[in-house]
Design a protein around this ligand. Structure first.
Ligand code: HEM
Length: 434
């Protein structure tokens, strides 16, 4: 957003003046990450998770590209090549643990980023395009993570691929043909492993492209904030540099501290021990589970146990599982309240926390065996999940009595009747024009 008070980039060094004329990259950086980008002064730590997602994506790409230098996508040697990375390649154990746990860290960050959006109504106009691109990114992320998990060619890799690609066979008429086409055979094998590796390498770069669009779309209206009230005056904002660069830097430090704790001290805590057994098509594990970040959706898939007239249970499960994410595309239209932030919506707030508990229950059931009481609990929780989006949200957004909003961001920060001087740039800081 170019607020009228945004600082303009004025290069002083002759080389920077030349570059600004020919290829204005420094201007782009100044206007999107620098002093030229005013940001609401009240955004809290939940607004750090977008940057953290970029950090995760970077870690995944860097470690992944180096892992690929040692990995062999062939069913005869894939498992052994991963073992060799762990034992023979210098620092290979670190690369692999950093990548595997990096995926988990990425999903923790993304789930917080998404639920921040749910709570603060970040999907509402004028940011609906930011949200829609976010949902596309999430779908790409899930596909990438699924295909990555197949690559070590352990028991869970193999049987996970078997179950998930098998879902497509539930589609009437074309299902079986589609299933075979996806795998390049009747069961996961060399063809499937090769194409999954190829796509697992490609998709992160597609995600990078989608993230560029996501941030571009965000920079048109600018960031929202915990009050949901629009920026009105200069005193409602502070420049991104140095204030939010410093705050994001702190968050990145805290994140890396926790992430390194996971990688160095609990590297296998989130993985499944069966994936240290080489893939064996002749031995089905007693309990096939995907990685933890898929559990809520896996629980929805398994909640359908009975055919409904001529519609098979499996087909309903597949449709419900995909709908559980696709419904997010409609958030800007399902929630019609003009008030964005959950801080001023007492009824919405209760249902928001009920949804958080519901998703946690679904996650717990998805990671548990497909037996009672988990199946029944999944059925109730899955029903509530869809009730939340299709019934509760539209009704609450039309009937609820909201709390009074502050008249401005400045008032929310400093209290009623106070006024604030615009926060400009500090007198001196590295990189600032003298
Ligand atoms: C690779 C994944 C992603 C990256 C790197 C990313 C990056 C970012 C960044 C840097 C911001 C600005 C800082 C912030 O508000 O936290 C942002 C904002 C936002 N993101 Fe994402 N994002 C990702 C995925 C998603 C997903 C999956 C969704 C939703 C389904 C989403 C929805 C949003 C929304 C609505 C905003 C604007 C928030 C506001 O200003 O209130 N993002 N994202």
């Amino acid at each position: 957003m170019s607020f009228p008070w945004a600082k303009e980039y004025k290069p002083s060094h002759p080389f920077m003046v030349y570059l600004d004329e020919k290829l204005p990259v420094p201007r782009l950086v100044y206007n999107s990450l620098g002093a030229g980008y005013p940001v609401p002064r009240n955004i809290n730590y939940l607004w750090n998770f977008g940057i953290l997602a970029i950090v995760c994506l970077t870690i995944q790409i860097v470690t992944g590209v180096v892992l690929a230098m040692h990995y062999a996508a062939n069913e005869a040697v894939a498992f052994g090549s991963v073992e060799s990375i762990m034992r023979d390649v210098n620092w290979g154990w670190l690369l692999r643990y950093a990548h595997a746990n990096g995926a988990s860290a990425f999903f923790v960050v993304i789930y917080i980023h998404i639920f921040r959006g749910f709570y603060f109504g970040s999907y509402k106009p004028p940011r609906e395009m930011v949200w829609l691109l976010g949902v596309v990114i999430f779908l790409l992320l899930m596909a990438t993570a699924f295909m990555g998990y197949v690559l070590p060619w352990g028991q869970m890799s193999y049987w996970g691929a078997q179950v998930i690609t098998g879902l497509f066979s539930a589609i009437p008429l074309i299902g079986n043909a589609l299933h075979e086409w996806l795998l390049g055979g009747f069961a996961p094998g060399n063809a499937a492993l090769n194409r999954f590796f190829s796509l697992h390498y490609l998709l992160p770069f597609v995600i990078v492209g989608a993230v560029v669009l996501h941030i571009w779309a965000l920079h048109i209206p600018g960031s929202s904030n915990p009050t949901g009230v629009d920026v009105k005056t200069e005193s409602d904002t502070i420049p991104f540099f140095p204030y939010f660069i410093a705050k994001d830097g702190w968050a990145v430090g805290a994140f890396l501290f926790l992430y390194c704790g996971l990688v160095f001290f609990f590297p296998n805590a989130l993985g499944h021990p069966d994936n240290y057994i080489p893939a064996n098509p002749m031995s089905t594990p007693a309990h096939i589970v995907p990685e933890w970040y898929f559990w809520p959706f896996y629980a929805i898939l398994r909640a359908f146990t009975q055919d409904f007239f001529f519609v098979p249970a499996k087909l309903m499960g597949v449709l419900a599982m995909f709908s559980a994410i696709l419904v997010w595309f409609f958030m800007p239209w399902l929630d019609r309240s003009p008030i964005r932030s959950g801080n001023y919506r007492p009824l919405f707030r209760k249902f928001f926390w009920a949804l958080v508990v519901d998703v946690a229950v679904l996650g717990y059931c998805g990671g548990s065996p497909a037996a009672e009481p988990y199946v029944m609990i999944s059925q109730i929780a899955a029903m509530y999940y869809f009730l939340h989006f299709f019934v509760i949200l539209p009704i609450v957004s039309t009937i609820e009595k909201t709390d009074p909003l502050p008249s401005s961001i400045t008032e929310a920060v400093l209290g009623h009747g106070e006024s604030a001087a615009p926060v400009g740039l500090p007198d001196s800081a590295p990189g600032l024009p003298a």
